[in-house]
Ligand binder design. Structure first.
Ligand code: SAM
Length: 283
């Protein structure tokens, strides 16, 4: 109670909204044209349905997916009809000129990726090079893919960003599939400015929320899992209050050009604190 009163006094509630909700319900609660950038990493069911054949050895037991106490989380049922509804909601909540960064695994990219074009203008397929190999039945996976799309015309604010991002994966993260905060900051580098509204309807551990706060943005997000929503909210509030990130205490390895573009932690903390104090952060 004390904490939430203190946060309200700082104005944080206006700038950080993380709810336990289904992505479609949460997006449905947002006004038309209210979001500047969507940065999101959905839990696709397609890849896991496919991997069931391999006994689902990615994280925990796939057969136990979504059951209490199991590691694996519930997934977004990504049949084309539901995915079209999701994309239509993204388009509705984005402002004219809004940007979308939508992560895909290789399986979902080939089945669902083409649907993005029905709602938005697809500009790039970005490769996230995780710098170390992971698992894989054939070639071992070292990358993930991010579709960059726009609603209407708004160019990136910088012209020097490549479409291959070399940012190290986290080893033994606190949350399954937790991504480095720096990956989400890279999504904001050419698309957001101080005060921008950033939205992630699959917030997971809250990496995208911390990235938004680091860049002086506002953040609206949700996760279906109550545990994830609570963890993400606490993580983001801790970062906003102290500048420390309890779920990613160490920075990820970041290679050029993002090593120079993502501001050093001390400057990011200053931007986040200014946002909280005044509500009108500066760059
Ligand atoms: C791949 S994880 C996101 C990880 C996150 N990017 C991070 O760095 O921690 C996907 C998340 O989507 C959540 N999820 C699954 N189905 C959902 C739905 N229908 N609506 C909202 N969230 C959902 C899962 O609980 C999971 O936390």
């Amino acid at each position: 109670m004390q904490t939430s009163l203190a946060l309200r006094a700082l104005g944080l509630d206006d700038r950080l909204r993380i709810e336990q909700a289904d992505c479609l319900a949460f997006l449905g609660s947002l006004p038309d044209g209210s979001v500047d950038v969507v940065t999101t990493d959905p839990a696709y069911s397609g890849m896991n349905d496919h991997l069931k054949l391999g006994h689902g050895r990615i994280v925990g037991s796939w057969r136990e997916a979504g059951k209490p106490g199991e590691k694996w989380f519930r997934e977004f049922k990504d049949d084309p009809e539901t995915f079209r509804r999701f994309l239509a909601e993204i388009r509705r909540v984005l402002r004219e000129g809004g940007h979308l960064y939508l992560m895909f695994d290789s399986f979902s990219l080939l089945s669902l990726g083409p649907l993005v074009r029905e709602e938005l203008s697809v500009k790039n397929l970005i490769v996230w090079d995780k710098l170390r190999i992971g698992m894989g039945h054939a070639f071992r996976r070292r990358h993930e893919l991010i579709v960059f799309a726009t609603k209407g015309k708004r160019p990136l604010s910088r012209r020097d960003l490549p479409d291959v991002w070399r940012i190290g994966r986290l080893s033994r993260p606190a949350y399954p599939t937790q991504k480095p905060v720096e990956l989400f900051e890279a999504m904001l580098a050419g698309s957001a400015g101080p005060g921008s509204v950033v939205c992630d309807p699959f917030a997971g551990s809250g990496a995208s929320a911390v990235a938004a706060l680091r860049q002086g943005c506002r953040f609206w997000g949700c996760d279906l899992s109550p545990e994830a929503a609570t963890a993400a909210r606490e993580r983001a509030r801790t970062f906003a209050a102290t500048g420390a990130d309890p779920l990613q205490p160490e920075p990820a390895r970041v290679e050029p050009p993002f090593d120079q573009l993502l501001r050093p932690p001390s400057l990011r903390r200053t931007a986040a604190r200014k946002l909280i104090r005044s509500g009108t952060p500066s760059a």
